[in-house]
Design a protein around this ligand. Structure first.
Ligand code: C2E
Ligand code: MG
Ligand code: MG
Ligand code: MG
Length: 274
């Protein structure tokens, strides 16, 4: 898929045996729960305070160490293995947040990514309600990130699911905003809370005037629709200054922090200015 690396390099023909081996290891990983969540902070451009986290899954690969989602999410979808992984991610994010809350740590919402296929195949609203109930996490501490492709299919099911999540109090963000095929009409049809401006529009700012124009327009539109904006992949102080001047609400990216495991995140939070 777009921007996705495969588990083999393009120069190397993946043999059927490689594919089967990858699938066998992934099946074992599901049985062994050999996944881990990393959390990337989202901070306010107004005062630098921590406002949210994004949960990003990694696979503890037996030979290769931690493997990123681009190397197994799309693959797992093609092999019918995404459902158990997605369910684990949702429950683990809720469990971890509740644990932090029980330890008395300051809590901000965590957002979980859901692919279009997961959204179609699973009873997302029912599963989220169950995960919240079973872990005891309050719904306002959970969000989901959807891509525009979910909203492209104008089904009543998508609207029902999003309305159910909204009623629960779960936050809804559009991920990679601006990169998908879709109309802007969905922004008023669905109960969306925030737009995440895709990294590809941020990476060449402030130098590239076309990208500056796009980012400016997205922020202005979001503001008039009362949607929050989160800029993804922010890497430089110059980008921070630009986004702040444009009225972007939150930033996420290496300039703030790379995604961190649970322990490293707590260490990072302790060092935050209060
Ligand atoms: P995403 O949701 O758009 O997540 C942002 C990606 O950008 C993450 O890559 C993150 O590590 C990376 N990133 C963040 N800040 C920067 C930066 O400043 N510079 C650069 N170059 N990159 C940055 P990651 O963790 O490899 O995840 C890739 C994609 O995999 C995610 O894109 C998301 O679409 C998908 N994904 C991750 N976790 C899950 C999951 O639990 N379920 C599903 N369905 N998809 C997931
Ligand atoms: Mg995301
Ligand atoms: Mg994104
Ligand atoms: Mg992205």
């Amino acid at each position: 898929g777009r921007g996705n690396r495969q588990f083999y390099t393009p120069s190397m023909e993946a043999s059927a045996i490689d594919v089967l081996q990858h699938e066998r290891l992934l099946r074992e990983a599901i049985v062994d729960n050999a996944f881990v969540l990393h959390y990337q902070p989202q901070i306010s451009l107004e005062d630098g305070s921590l406002q949210g986290l994004e949960a990003l899954v990694r696979w503890r690969h037996p030979q290769r160490g931690l493997v990123g989602p681009d190397e197994f999410i799309t693959f797992s979808e093609s092999r019918g293995l995404i459902t158990p992984i997605g369910r684990w991610v949702m429950r683990e994010a809720c469990r971890q947040l509740k644990e932090w809350q029980d330890e008395g740590l300051a809590l901000v919402p965590v957002a979980v990514n859901l692919s279009a296929l997961e959204f179609r195949q699973r009873d997302v609203a029912g599963e989220i309600a169950a995960a919240l109930r079973d872990t005891g996490l309050a719904p306002q501490y959970l969000g989901i990130e959807l891509t525009e492709s979910v909203l492209m299919h104008q089904t009543g099911q998508v609207l029902d699911t999003l309305n159910a999540l909204k009623a629960l109090g779960v936050g809804i963000s559009i991920d990679d905003f601006g990169t998908g095929y879709s109309s802007l009409a969905y922004l008023k049809r669905y109960p969306i809370d925030s737009l995440k401006i895709d990294r590809s529009f941020v990476v060449d700012t402030p130098g590239n005037p076309d990208d500056v124009a796009i980012v400016t327009a997205v922020i202005q539109m979001a503001r008039s629709l009362q949607l929050k904006t989160v800029a993804e992949g922010v890497e430089t102080p110059a980008q921070v200054q630009l986004l702040k001047g444009l009225g972007c609400d939150l930033i996420q990216g290496h300039v703030v922090s790379v995604p961190l495991d649970a322990v490293a995140l707590q260490r990072w939070m302790r060092d935050l200015p209060v």
